[in-house]
Design a protein around this ligand. Structure first.
Ligand code: AMP
Length: 115
């Protein structure tokens, strides 16, 4: 899948549109989802340009780990006792923004497992 540099998360990374930033390091940016599905709903994205997880390869191993570890750190900072991490890959799986991202959802019981 080709990377579309005009996607909304690429624009956020370039500072062209604002976000409610929650966390940032040299590899990762995290911000509140604009349409939250739970009391805590944070989107965690790599600074690397990858349209989805299927576009990653072995050179992305560290970045993929950093995304998950950022989620764990944010969840701890938010004092979430339980949470869910979601990665949609492809339009039929619900992906609407084609820049790789992790959803961090928490703050309410999450009972509707796996679509
Ligand atoms: P997905 O459906 O997995 O591609 O998730 C994309 C997510 O990005 C959705 O939950 C949207 O609500 C969220 N989103 C779209 N535009 C923005 C934005 N400008 N700021 C924050 N979140 C956004």
């Amino acid at each position: 899948m080709d990377y579309d540099a005009q996607n909304v998360f690429a624009k956020i990374l370039r500072g062209e549109i604002p976000c409610a930033k929650v966390y940032e390091d040299e590899a990762v940016l995290a911000f509140n989802d604009i349409a939250p599905q739970a009391p805590t709903h944070i989107v965690i994205i790599p600074k690397k340009a990858r349209p989805c997880v299927a576009a990653c390869d072995a050179s992305d191993t560290e970045m993929l780990g950093r995304l998950q570890l950022a989620a764990v750190k944010i969840a701890a900072e938010k004092k979430l006792s339980a949470y869910r991490l979601v990665v949609n890959c492809g339009a039929d799986a619900g992906q609407t923004v084609f820049h790789l991202h992790l959803h961090l959802l928490g703050g309410r019981p999450l009972t509707n497992v796996l679509g």
